[in-house]
Design a protein around this ligand. Sequence first.
Ligand SMILES: Cc1ncc(COP(=O)(O)O)c(C=O)c1O
Length: 432
Amino acid sequence: MPSYVDHVERRLLDDPQVLGDIADVVGGPFHVMYPERVARNIGTFQAAFGAAGVDGFVYFGKKANKAACVARACADSGAGIDVASAGELVAALAQGVRGEDLMITGPAKSDELLWLAARHRALIAIDALDELERLVALNLAARIVLRALPDGSTSRFGLAPGELSQAVERIDPGGPILLSGFSFHLTGYDAIARSEQAAALIDLCLRTRAQGHPADTISIGGGFGVDYLDAASWARFRDTVSDNWFHANPPKSGYYPYHFPVPGAAMLTAILAHRDLADRLRDNDIRLAVEPGRALLDRAGSSVFRVQGVKSRTVGAEPYDILTVDGTSLSLSEQWFDSEYLPDPVLWPVHPGHRTPTSVGASTCLESDLLSRRRIPLPRRARVGDLLVYPNTAGYQMDSNESPFHELPLPPKVVLSAGPDRLRWRLDAPAR
Ligand SMILES: Cc1ncc(COP(=O)(O)O)c(C=O)c1O
């Protein structure tokens, strides 16, 4: 199941030298980031707003990747950042994103985070009545949206309809807290559900304006799908997968929809087109914010591990290899949600050989520490010293779960850019 890759990554994989040079310098697993791709992905969302004639704003969901180069790409591209901790807020400011371009999400935010957010004029998504009380008690000027609990949702986040009304009542229209509007975030990847929830929030804005508040902004959160694989590979996998494709136990909790026909900005266009949402936003002077994490990181990074050992096993009478690579599957988060990251890793460098079913283990003492339980048909037998490149890992895979377990160093991030004559690389600024 080969993944789509960015042209910079294609050049890296095709180059006979650069990847090996980086691996020699780093001396362990590492991630490669392509920030030019982040800028292009942001541009596609901004273009979708422009084409629909909607006043829109993109906040990058920072939880999806910690790299400084991603935050810098946001600052350079006119995007804001959605942060959920004081650490994320400071990291975003450090890369040049202005406070007024920050959206603060997350439940029961600490007083410290509320205070910092108010000081920097960030837009705070209030998640609960007691959180609003704590913000009121700070007695600072602040800009807020109220996060709504969507109808029928069992989410622990957001305010139920009665709580929303109480929150609106609690805010004095002439006071220091400015009620800018409402927000929501849905799990799943359904464009229609998002569009209809947005329409409901437009109505809420209009009622709230009648109570003297600006209510001119709604945020529809993240959840814009990513298209990792072509339709045929994905259909073949779904139609034929069976338990004995996997080393030891197959994952139990289902898979991300790795083929996603209307991804990212195209999904935003579909949301805006449904029941004339774009017209309603425009007619009512409402700004639409989005908070994509994964979709802005599509094809913007990959994760590289070195093969440290190769063993043979059999399943029935069929032989397969099981590799041990340096690093851990904590650098490929999907493996820790009882699921599997399905885009095929690329075995580098290319050599002739025979197709070899291969599972990939990592270097800790945990039985479950596997980067690929699936026996992937690699084009040849892997050898000690080869590199395995997991593609398209920037969105949530590479660094949301990493820990220095076993006192292994955290994989550094290498920032790659394409010059006209050659590829250039440098280390990302240290995470803050
Ligand atoms: C409030 C909020 N906004 C945005 C996002 C980003 O979601 P995604 O990466 O799926 O776009 C999340 C993810 O959990 C979230 O909780």
